[in-house]
Design a protein. Structure first.
Length: 355
C-alpha cells in the first residue's frame, strides 16, 4: 500500500515526521513517498499543488498531510496561496466527506476553557461537506455593483450552492456514521434565511427515510454555535455544509482545549482519504520542536482504519497515545502543572515506545 506524505509548511514537517515514525513502527509493508505542498510546493515548483504532487496523491491509497500556510505567502495572488493546495486536493480527488471528531481525553479535562462538568466525556463527530458550497460556487469575483444603493461601487461576491445529489451523498455518509455511534444526527443549516439551506434540510429529511434507526434533528447554525458551548454533550453526529462546518469544527475542537489533539479524515466515495490534523501550520512555533504531533499521529490512526483496512493497527496507535498521556507526557500546548513537558520529538518517540 502506498501512502503519499505531504508535510507542507510551518510545523507540518515536524509533526508529519513523528507520524511517519509511528507508521514505520507498525511492522506493515507500507511504501511512503513524500512531495512538497503549499508554500513548500510554491518554492519547489512555483505552485502550491505541483502536478507531480497531485499525481502522487492520485496514485496513492491514502495521503498523510501536515499543514500549509505562512504569512509570507499572504500577498501572493489567490491561486498561488498555500491554502489552494488543500482546496485543490479536496476538489481534484473528490474528497467530499470530512470527519472531524472532537473528543476530550480524560487526562486533558483541565485543558478545556469550559467547566469540566460541561465537557468531560465529550465525544462528538462533525461531518462536514467539503466539495461544494460557497467555497467553490460560481460565479464569484469582484465587480462594479450592478444595482442597489451602492450601484457602481466595487463589490465582492460569492455563490452558495448545493445540489440535491451532493447533499444526499454527504447525508448518507453522516447517517451511516451515526448508525455506528449513538444514532443521533443533527443537521445544521440556515434555512430560515437561505434557499440553499432549505434544499439541504428538505434533502436530509428525504434521506432520513432510509435510516429509521437514526434520530434526525435540525438546528440553525447560529443556535448550533450557542449549543456547542452550552451543552456540547447533547450532540452525537453533526452534519453540515462546507462553510458552516469550517467554523463549527474549529469551535468544537477548542471545547477539548487542545486543537493539537484532533485528527481529521477527508474521504471520497471509495474511502480513499486525506488525513490531516485539524490545526494549521502555526508558523510562529515552526522549527522550535514544541508542536504537538498527536493530532497527526491520530490522523494516521484514522488512515489505518478508513483507507488502509487495518483497524487493529488503528486501535494500537490510539491506545499508545492514551498510554503516553497517562504517563503524564505533555507538549507545551497541553502542559499543566504536575505533568512532564516534552518536545515534538520526545512525544513521537514515546508513542513509538508505547507501541
Ligand atoms: C480547514 C481550513 C481550510 C478550510 C483552509 C486552510 C482552506 O480552515 O481545513 O478547516 O477553510 O477548509
Ligand atoms: Mg478551518
Amino acid at each position: 500500500m502506498k501512502i503519499a506524505v505531504l508535510p507542507g509548511d510551518g510545523i507540518g514537517p515536524e509533526i508529519v515526521t513523528e507520524a511517519v515514525h509511528v507508521l514505520n513502527a507498525l511492522g506493515e509493508q507500507f511504501t511512503l513517498e513524500e512531495a512538497p505542498v503549499g508554500g513548500a510546493g510554491y518554492e519547489a515548483h512555483g505552485h502550491p499543488l505541483p502536478d507531480s504532487t497531485l499525481s502522487l496523491a492520485k496514485d496513492a491509497d491514502a495521503i498523510l498531510f501536515g499543514a500549509v500556510g505562512d504569512w509570507k505567502y499572504d500577498t501572493l495572488e489567490r491561486a498561488l496561496r498555500p491554502e489552494q493546495a488543500i482546496l485543490g486536493l479536496r476538489k481534484h480527488l473528490q474528497l467530499f466527506a470530512n470527519f472531524r471528531p472532537a473528543i476530550l481525553y480524560k487526562e486533558l479535562a483541565g485543558a478545556s476553557s469550559l467547566k469540566p462538568e460541561i465537557v468531560s466525556g465529550l465525544d462528538i463527530l462533525i461531518v462536514r461537506e467539503l466539495n461544494g458550497d460557497i467555497y467553490f460556487g460560481q460565479p464569484r469575483g469582484v465587480r462594479a455593483a450592478p444595482d442597489g444603493p451602492f450601484a457602481g461601487a466595487r463589490e465582492g461576491f460569492d455563490t452558495m450552492r448545493y445540489s440535491v445529489p451532493e447533499v444526499e451523498r454527504i447525508g448518507h455518509v453522516a447517517f451511516q456514521a451515526a448508525q455506528k455511534r449513538n444514532r443521533k444526527l443533527t443537521s445544521v443549516d440556515k434555512s430560515n434565511v437561505l434557499e440553499t439551506s432549505q434544499l439541504w434540510r428538505d434533502t436530509m429529511i428525504e434521506v432520513s427515510k432510509q435510516y429509521p434507526d437514526v434520530e434526525l434533528s435540525h438546528m440553525y447554525v447560529d443556535n448550533a454555535a450557542m449549543q456547542l458551548v452550552k451543552a456540547p454533550k447533547a450532540f452525537d453526529v453533526v452534519v453540515t455544509g462546507n462553510m458552516f462546518g469550517d467554523i463549527l469544527s474549529d469551535q468544537a475542537a477548542m471545547l477539548t482545549g487542545s486543537i493539537g489533539m484532533l485528527p481529521s479524515a477527508s474521504l471520497d466515495k471509495n474511502n480513499k482519504g486525506l488525513y490531516e490534523p485539524s490545526h494549521g501550520s502555526a508558523p510562529d512555533i515552526a522549527g522550535k520542536g514544541i508542536a504537538n504531533p498527536l493530532a497527526t499521529i491520530l490522523s494516521a490512526a484514522m488512515m489505518l482504519r478508513y483507507s488502509l483496512g487495518k483497524p487493529e493497527q488503528a486501535d494500537r496507535v490510539e491506545a499508545a497515545v492514551k498510554t503516553v498521556l497517562a504517563q503524564g507526557l505533555r507538549t507545551a500546548d497541553i502542559w499543566e502543572a504536575g505533568t512532564r513537558k516534552v518536545s515534538t520529538r520526545e512525544m513521537g518517540a514515546a508513542v513509538v515506545a508505547a507501541l
